[in-house]
Design a protein around this ligand. Structure first.
Ligand code: SF4
Length: 384
């Protein structure tokens, strides 16, 4: 009896996407498209912390042909959360209201303090793993106020939206620092220093938005965009398609993650996202003010908007003194693809995972932290 597509899919080994032979074939294809660019490598940018994690974890940079340069873009949600947004959360926590957020956010410095500092000074800060958990905590203590400090891109914003559509308790509210990826690509593409020739877009975000969301960008800038997954072959296939498009001068949107992403995306999730949030201009930490780069709650959800509920507390928030060395932090340049972690004089000392100076060293998706943990871009000496 013939196997169904579902049976075949479920019998696939996850290691199928780590196959060495197919990986080498993709590397050979990349080399063929780039071997005349060794002195001036083809520059592509990914905009996803999970991509950088996978690239570093699987050591992909050490095997890439020398004619390809992969630049890390503004894909770490923790890193792009602006200091004044953290100041708002700190002020609310120090007023006695419970602030709940994802663990990576705690040590990111605001203008002065981090949420961790606030907690040490008797501020009310809790780590949660999901917005659903945050709502559950609020429901369990109806006489206290709970604020969810909501960070992340489309993927986490959809979860926040879905929760608000289910009318959470009245003592729950959202401090939105959610950001939307497509507008920052416009900014980076227009930066003269970056010289990016194509973008690898994140497969999980595109599973919501659909690949079509990048079509206007491609038409405007003449730069190809490829959607990529997170296994080694997914990423190499994305690189191979991008360099092919770049060298053929064919700016297109290509979907190299078809097992998760469609052109239309998840329509139901899109409806939820845009019925709760609207785009607004906002600063991406260290990079730029990005038109339509932030997601704020629509008026219809004002009852759960922490910025409105705690307006007076936020307005009275004092900006603290920035951490020593913060003015030398180059996170913004790194996320814009203008610099690499080793270009920062604080990298490795005094800025480390345990003593972070900038946001890029705090998050597990931060470029500086990944570079420090995985050794950056190693030069391998091959011995016979
Ligand atoms: Fe900022 Fe530290 Fe990275 Fe330097 S090494 S750019 S101080 S996070």
């Amino acid at each position: 009896m013939a196997e169904s597509a579902a049976q075949i899919e479920s019998s696939r080994s996850p290691l199928e996407f780590r196959d060495r032979t197919r990986g080498q074939a993709l590397l050979d294809a990349i080399a063929r498209w780039t071997d005349d660019r060794i002195d001036n490598p083809v520059a592509i940018m990914h905009v996803c912390g999970s991509h950088e994690q996978a690239i570093a974890k699987f050591g992909l940079r050490s095997v890439l042909p020398p004619g390809l340069r992969v630049i890390t873009g503004p894909g770490c949600p923790v890193c792009v959360t602006d200091a004044p947004e953290i100041d708002e959360a700190v002020a609310i926590a120090e007023s006695g209201v419970e602030v709940m957020t994802y663990g990576d956010m705690l040590r990111v410095p605001g203008s002065g303090e981090s949420l961790d500092d606030a907690r040490a000074r008797a501020g009310h800060v809790q780590v949660v793993y999901s917005v659903a958990e945050a709502v559950g905590r609020a429901a369990a203590s109806p006489n206290e106020q709970f604020v969810f400090f909501a960070t992340g891109f489309e993927t986490t914003a959809v979860a926040t939206a879905a929760m608000l559509l289910h009318e959470p308790p009245a003592n729950f509210s959202v401090l939105s620092a959610h950001k939307y990826i497509p507008p920052i690509m416009e900014i980076v593409a227009e930066m003269p220093e970056t010289r990016v020739e194509g973008f690898l877009a994140a497969g999980h975000a595109a599973s919501i938005t659909g690949s079509a969301v990048f079509e206007p960008f491609v038409a405007r800038h003449g730069l190809p965009v490829t959607i990529g997954g997170f296994e080694p072959l997914d990423i190499l296939a994305g690189f191979a398609k991008l360099v092919e498009r770049i060298r053929r001068h064919e700016p297109r949107v290509d979907n190299c993650f078809p097992r998760m992403v469609t052109r239309e995306g998840n329509r139901r999730a899109q409806v939820q996202l845009w019925s709760v949030f609207e785009p607004s201009g906002g600063v991406w930490r260290g990079i730029a003010r990005v038109p339509n780069g932030n997601l704020r709650l629509r008026d219809r959800f004002a009852a759960w908007d922490a910025r409105r509920r705690f307006r007076d507390v936020i307005a009275s928030a004092a900006c603290g003194v920035a951490a020593t060395g913060a003015d030398q932090c180059r996170c913004g340049d790194i996320m814009a693809g203008i610099a690499e972690p080793r270009d920062c004089r604080l990298y490795g000392a005094p800025c480390t995972q345990s003593t972070p100076v900038g946001a890029c060293m705090v998050s597990s998706e931060g470029t500086c932290r990944i570079a420090l943990e995985y050794g950056g871009h190693p030069v391998l000496e091959m011995t016979p």
